[in-house]
Design a protein around this ligand. Structure first.
Ligand code: GLY
Length: 306
């Protein structure tokens, strides 16, 4: 099997001045994941490593750069899933750590549970030796400005409702195993304790070797209503290609609950797609030593991997 990795840096509307930063970020993440796959690494490790790159990049709404809740604080959600055995781990409303995706993987591998939240997630992180950092260190000037703007009545509801910059990755490795990983700071000015789609299996992501893997981005409450990731897997189970399944899933979310978002999908044959119903979604993919990247509908820049 030829390995493939696809990553996204969130669906929404991207401010022009940040566009290049988003492109560079997703390319770096895809190449990091591909490097792992090229060395016969597992899909699970490739998606985790790719998402860590995006969590550490302040352009994206995950880890450092997460949007702020109504109190001006960071609370993050993340999920990872292994298509070999349907094992999954997630964290929600977690604070004071740099890489929620790594903690999600530890939940999967070191506990009998699938989702740890809030204080429990932080205690578990500490017990696992994950360094605690002041939450302030995750806050950028940009996320603080955005929080302030959205505090005022009359702020643009579209800007405040769409979870810009959620990050994710899907991959298939040389053994034919698939995995997904998704991480986010959620929605700007969300209520304290709000948990979005990202932490919920079947919504923020799903992976099953029999069919493929999906990672989602967009309006969490809409994604959860239609369990978008599992819906797309169901469509592939019925024989649709990743592209057809992604289009059908996003169309259903738009018509049924008026929700917008984006998805990256890989199937068990290594076919993949990046689709979105928002204006933009930053994504990058590597297959056959070719790196592809896009932001706008119909855009696909291709370049060889160095
Ligand atoms: N999709 C990210 C969120 O709504 O939290």
């Amino acid at each position: 099997m030829k390995p493939v990795i696809v990553v996204h840096g969130g669906a929404g509307t991207i401010v022009k001045e940040y566009e290049e930063g988003y492109r560079t970020g997703v390319k770096r993440a895809a190449l990091k994941g591909y490097d792992c796959l090229r060395q016969k690494g597992a899909a699970l490790t490739a998606v985790e490593e790719a998402v860590v790159v995006l969590e550490n990049d302040p352009h994206f709404n995950a880890g450092y750069g997460s949007v702020l809740n109504e109190e001006g604080d960071v609370e993050m959600d993340a999920i990872i899933m292994d298509g070999r055995n349907l094992m999954s781990g997630a964290v929600s409303a977690v604070r004071c750590i740099a890489n929620p995706i790594t903690l999600a993987r530890l939940v999967m591998e070191k506990t009998d549970h699938m989702l740890l939240t809030c204080k429990g997630a932080s205690l578990f992180a500490k017990a696992q030796g994950i360094p605690e950092i002041p939450n302030e260190k995750l806050i950028t000037e940009r996320s603080r400005e955005r929080w302030k703007t959205n505090l005022h009545p009359g702020s643009n509801p579209v800007v405040s409702q769409i979870g810009l910059g959620t990050v994710g990755a899907v991959a298939i490795d040389s053994e034919g195993n698939v995995a997904c990983a998704t991480s986010t700071g959620g929605l700007t000015n969300k209520m304290i304790g709000r948990v979005g789609d990202t932490a919920c299996i079947g919504s923020g992501g799903y992976a099953d070797n029999a069919f493929g893997a999906v990672s989602t981005t967009g309006h969490g409450e809409s994604i959860m209503k239609v369990t978008l990731a599992r819906l797309i897997i169901n469509h592939m189970e019925q024989g649709m290609s990743p592209e057809e399944a992604a289009e059908a899933g996003l169309k259903y979310m738009k018509t049924r609950v008026n929700g917008l978002g984006g998805v990256i999908v890989v199937n068990s044959s290594g076919d993949w797609t990046a689709k979105f119903s928002t204006k933009q979604m930053t994504w990058a993919a590597v297959q056959d030593d070719q790196l592809q990247v896009g932001v706008y509908h119909g855009e696909k820049d291709t370049m060889p991997v160095g």
